[in-house]
Design a protein around this ligand. Structure first.
Ligand SMILES: Nc1ncnc2c1ncn2[C@@H]1O[C@H](COP(=O)(O)OP(=O)(O)OP(=O)(O)O)[C@@H](O)[C@H]1O
Length: 612
């Protein structure tokens, strides 16, 4: 059972999905009404009877891996089993990524249905449409390559008339075609605005697992009760892992890793074997396990020797990493067979090497011969991108033009000459510093997780796990120290407060707790610091407030004595505070800033006590 909420929430999140998750974590019980996935075509309980209209179209949003497709399948299964929605006679499900494959062909609604459901080839489908209750499900709008232009697309009402797939889908949504049929669309948040609001009767959102559901997941998934309890304890102890467990696919990764490690621990009697507490540790273990399992399964090799496995698959892994990085840089997360070919990734090998294909790569089964690929989760792509870039830095060989261009953004000409040399004559930590600065300039944080993984790669403990993949000549402790200094001291002028917060998370990947320790006392007491807090300390304060389970009653900015440069870094904290003091004297507002302020003041969550 997933946590699904109902509500008029068409808010588009422009942040990295991970931030969205962290925000949801705090507001989960406050915002939206929980409903069962089977009830999405029913109106909200208590809704004014006179205003009720039959719900024709539902839009369900949710971030990657949160369970949208699983919800669709559960809905269909419950219907088939006779448990819900028995008024529906037929359900037709069209994944948008499969519609992409026929986007240039012409169909009538009738022939399109037959193309996807060949078992209906002898049925008079159009007639059937007329006297039955039908639901069309379109899954994964974010992956759709259809243009869906609601203004210019011609009107179509006849389900036997041929037209482009685009026209069919647009007219179904616009209620010109089969107005009596129901429509359900699912999408990641970034794409929901592609459907004009007026066609959406009901918004729902899949929020993944809430706290009790996380625990339930591990207890159900892990057979051995002792191990399940140990996993629950270990996950609850690390705040950032616990938050990530909202995402079902992350729970799947975590359970795979922890079961493996705990079983190993049990066998070897190694009492001190530590379970992962950072993201880099979790994903590195996951990667190693996948490689071991694949090799054991398909090559019958001794699966204990991960170093050998890495040695013999090195080239393949870095080709995958290169593609991951170059695509991530451009915001692309779905790849075609041609993409794989372009990067020299052997499709057959990817197919046989199950660990790289079904587990790291998800190959969609489609009814046509063209195939699409993506990593099991966006964070896995971000991990591979980090792996590739770290390896390029450590070996001083920067072959990827995209990586060179990325490093050159905002840098001087002298750097260009250096980057064109082979090997590149720059210390690892300087390359890292440039990367930190460049990633941080991205407004919406699309490189936040990549940076977190990249930085985590510098730890000796990570590289020990990846032995055989990265050869670093520079002294580990020195490199890590310099990276730590870059993260702490970097002077960022045009960077958003959330990006600064990510730098604190990067420090956490380096297992540096000193920063948190230096400020936690001021967050947990009424005491103010004796000297000004540095900018990075301000970000740490904001992070501690954000991570707190209960919202802060009142946020007093002055209490933390921030420096001028630190003030704005405290701002994200307001997302987890009930009351904030705004001191706006001598502030010059532009019209648009004034609009933002007045919109906030008009919110039902806001009570203004005095306006001077
Ligand atoms: N209710 C659930 N119980 C257990 N596991 C789940 C559940 N929902 C999702 N999962 C796990 O998470 C994985 C991803 O879920 P799903 O494909 O539904 O995500 P999605 O929201 O459609 O993501 P995307 O936008 O990437 O397509 C599933 O393959 C499954 O392993």
């Amino acid at each position: 059972e997933l946590h699904v909420v109902q509500g008029e929430n068409e808010h588009i999140n422009k942040q990295h999905e991970i931030w969205d998750i962290e925000d949801k974590f705090r507001t989960q019980t406050v915002e939206g009404t929980k409903i069962s996935c089977n009830d999405i075509f029913k109106s909200a309980p208590g809704c004014d009877e006179t205003k009720k209209r039959a719900i024709r179209m539902v839009m369900t949003k949710g971030i990657a891996g949160i369970g949208k497709t699983v919800s669709v399948k559960k809905f269909i299964l419950d219907w088939l089993d006779g448990d819900a929605n028995q008024d529906l006679d037929f359900i037709f499900m069209f994944p948008f990524r499969e519609l992409n494959l026929v986007k240039d062909d012409d169909f009538s609604l009738e022939t399109l249905v037959k193309e996807f459901y060949p078992e209906l080839k002898d049925v008079a489908v159009a007639k059937m449409f007329a006297n039955h209750k039908i639901l069309f499900i379109f899954d994964g709008l974010d992956e759709s390559q259809l243009k869906l232009n609601f203004k210019t697309t011609k009107r179509l009402t006849d389900s036997t008339k041929e037209s482009s797939v685009e026209t069919l889908v647009t007219n179904l949504i616009r209620e010109h075609l089969l107005p009596s049929a129901l429509v359900w669309i699912t999408s990641r948040p970034a794409a929901i605005q592609r459907i004009p609001k007026q066609y959406v009767y009901q918004w729902t959102e899949v929020r993944g697992f809430d706290d009790p559901q996380k625990v339930e997941y591990f207890r159900k998934r892990v057979e051995d009760k002792d191990i399940a309890e140990k996993i629950v304890t270990s996950i609850t102890m690390s705040r950032s892992l616990y938050i990530m467990c909202h995402i079902p696919i992350f729970c799947w990764i975590a359970s795979k890793v922890l079961v493996h490690l705990l079983l190993k621990k049990g066998n070897s009697q190694e009492e001190n074997l530590k379970t992962p507490t950072t993201l880099i540790e979790m994903y590195t273990h996951f990667f190693c396990i996948q490689m071991e399992v694949a090799t054991e399964k398909y090559e019958n090799e001794d699966f204990g020797d991960i170093e050998k496995i890495f040695e013999s698959n090195k080239e393949f892994i870095f080709k995958l990493g290169r593609m991951a990085f170059e695509k991530l840089e451009r915001g692309e997360i779905v790849f075609t067979s041609d993409d794989l070919k372009k990067y020299g990734i052997d499709i057959d090998k990817a197919g046989v090497y199950c660990g790289l294909c079904t587990s790291i790569f998800k190959e969609e089964s489609v009814f046509h011969s063209k195939k699409l690929y993506c990593f099991v989760h966006l964070t896995v792509q971000e991990y591979f991108a980090g792996l590739f870039v770290y390896k390029s830095f450590a070996s001083k060989s920067i072959e990827s033009q995209s990586l060179k261009d990325f490093l050159l953004k905002g840098s001087e000409d002298t750097l260009k000459a250096i980057l064109d040399e082979d090997p590149v004559d720059l210390p690892l930590d300087e390359l890292m510093e440039i990367t930190i600065a460049n990633s941080t300039l991205r407004k919406s944080g699309e490189l936040d997780m990549f940076l977190r993984f990249l930085i985590g790669m510098s730890l000796k403990s990570t590289q020990v796990l990846l032995y055989g993949l990265i050869q670093q000549t520079e002294e580990h402790s020195e490199v890590v120290e310099k990276i730590r200094a870059s993260l702490t001291d970097i002077d960022l002028l045009n960077c958003s407060a959330d990006r600064c917060l990510n730098l604190v998370h990067c420090l956490a990947e380096l297992k540096d707790s000193s920063l948190y320790e230096s400020v936690s006392h001021f967050v947990n007491s009424n005491q103010s610091p004796e000297t000004h807090l540095s900018p990075v300390q301000c970000s740490a304060v904001a992070d501690l407030i954000l991570m707190s389970k209960t919202p802060l009653e009142e946020f007093n900015l002055k209490k933390y004595r921030p420096t001028i440069k630190g003030v704005f870094r405290l701002l994200p904290a307001v997302r987890n505070c009930r009351k904030v003091e705004l001191e706006l004297s001598y502030t010059k507002f532009t019209d648009s800033e004034m609009e933002i302020l007045s919109a906030a003041l008009m919110s039902t969550h806001c009570t203004l006590e005095a306006l001077r």
